[in-house]
Write a protein that binds this ligand. Structure first.
Ligand code: GUN
Length: 286
């Protein structure tokens, strides 16, 4: 039986530490970190994420500014709002929840956010800084995965990490961060041949493919550390349930350590968003 990696508990500890730093900033520097979250449209999953992000920001002592725009919003209106938030000294971090409706050009929107306020780490300047090993803002989900891995394994140097998925939000930045920690990194995806054999070589397997229970126990090297980024909604026994990209029951028999869904990566993503907002505030206030 593998060890369960308790992302919820680690995220709680991280948020408490962030809360202490925020109150220190408010008392001694007279600045309150401000997070602006923009949601376009009515996607139910996005609404839940945005609500959680705003609530947890406030619980950590930050200011939270929420903007809800109609699904039909013209791109110029969204860009104008971002421009206003770029200039607002009370806002230190700006997050535009993805995905966006088709009339809006996602990369145009990401590039409109000032790189110092890009707490998602999606702006090409931050992507480039992370890829070249500099001090950019790292995207929250891969940053959270890296923290869980370091807590579990300590030094990652020389380990073979297989990242399953190549999205801009998770797969690609995850590969950059693991490379920075001296892992041997393989990025596998839906066109990868002999996917199962590739996964079997991993000391560290990060599953971010967006496919329900894709990774079975026999895809996992005995003792490997498995991080499940998947959040898939399925209906079971007449109820909605969240399951990951890893088949939990069979993986548990083989992996050395494994994150559950929910309660693994998800809570760490939000905690890392708050960490990036705190970091952005400190940089802008210097
Ligand atoms: N949609 C899914 N994940 C994310 C994320 O990390 N940031 C933003 N902005 N949108 C998302």
């Amino acid at each position: 039986m593998s060890t369960l990696i308790d992302g919820k508990a680690q995220a709680t500890r991280l948020r408490e530490e962030i809360g202490r730093q925020v109150s220190r900033l408010r008392q001694h520097e007279l600045v309150t970190p401000g997070l602006a979250v923009i949601l376009v449209g009515e996607d139910p999953a996005s609404q839940v994420y945005v609500r959680n992000k705003a609530t947890q920001a406030r619980e950590a002592g930050m200011s939270s500014f929420e903007y809800r725009l109609a699904d039909s919003v013209p791109q110029t209106k969204l860009l104008d709002l971002i421009e206003r938030l770029n200039r607002d000294p009370e806002v230190h971090g700006i997050l535009v929840q993805l995905p966006l409706p088709p009339q809006v050009d996602e990369s145009r929107v990401i590039q409109a956010i000032h790189p110092d306020k890009d707490i998602d780490g999606f702006h090409p300047i931050n992507v480039g800084n992370i890829a070249t090993g500099g001090h950019g803002m790292a995207p929250c989900t891969p940053l959270g995965c890296l923290m869980l891995l370091k807590h579990q394994l300590g030094d990652l140097s020389g380990k073979h990490a297989v990242v399953l998925g190549r999205s801009n939000i998770v797969g690609k930045p995850m590969a950059s961060l693991l490379l920075q920690k001296h892992c041997t990194v393989t990025v596998a995806h839906s066109r990868t041949r002999q996917l199962e054999e590739v996964c079997c070589q991993a000391d560290i397997l990060v599953a971010a493919a967006g496919r329900t229970r894709l990774v079975k126990g026999d895809w996992i090297k005995p003792g490997a550390t498995v991080i499940d980024v998947g959040i898939n909604r399925i209906e079971a026994d007449g109820r909605m349930r969240l399951v990951g990209d890893v088949d939990f029951d069979s993986a548990r028999e083989v992996a050395g350590a494994l994150t559950p869904v929910p309660g693994g990566v998800g809570p760490m993503t939000i905690a890392c968003l708050l960490l990036n907002t705190l970091e952005a505030t400190c940089r802008q206030h210097r």
